[in-house]
Ligand binder design. Sequence first.
Ligand code: FPP
Length: 224
Amino acid sequence: MNPLNHVAIIMDGNGRWGLKYKNSRNAGHKAGLHTVEKIIKETINQKIQYLTLYAFSTENWKRPKAEISYLFSLLETFLIRRIDDLHRQNIKLKIIGVKNFTIKLNKLLSSAEKKTSKNSKLQINLALNYGSKFELINAIKNMIKKKDKINETNLIKYFQTKDIPDPDILIRTGNTKRLSNFLLWQIAYSEIFFEKKLWPSFNDQDYKRVIKKYKTIKRNFGNV
Ligand code: FPP
């Protein structure tokens, strides 16, 4: 059976779910947050060490201002209400991406990271204002600036994921098959699951099915 250390998720389909069931895209984001809670719980049950969630991409700034504000207000409320409990559960929160939000949100994110930095049961990497192409260009610039030899080891030490093993599983919900600029380097050998369900409808049973399937896959890493 394959070891499972890291699951990464593109949580797609909130907007469509919201429009279909509540006539509002934002209602879909709110429901999506409930799924986040359920998946965190099951990730702990499964004793998985790393969970990376794509919450806001560098391209998501193109969305209507009102939707962006709503997403960030959801995140603020989540941090204010839930960080102490996450901390008590020995969960570490790490942000990957560039923290250039409001002063209030930047502070909340930094303080949540600081508070939970020594925790060890589960590390949740929240990808916020994250883009894989930016991460790669930035790493290359750093390698050149530091006059490093150009190789894999030197490149990845400038990624924000530098201390995190590559994902074993990548899940994308929402019935679309694309990677949307997410961890493009890191998923070179991940097992990818494209799920039909919209993120708010995805549940722990679906998650368990993916994990069960993953465990039976023969992973070759280029070998035979
Ligand atoms: C993609 O669905 C989802 C997002 C861009 C935001 C993800 C946010 C959440 C799950 C809730 C907030 C999470 C935290 C941790 C506070 P979409 O809007 O692109 O859906 P669509 O493809 O149906 O339009």
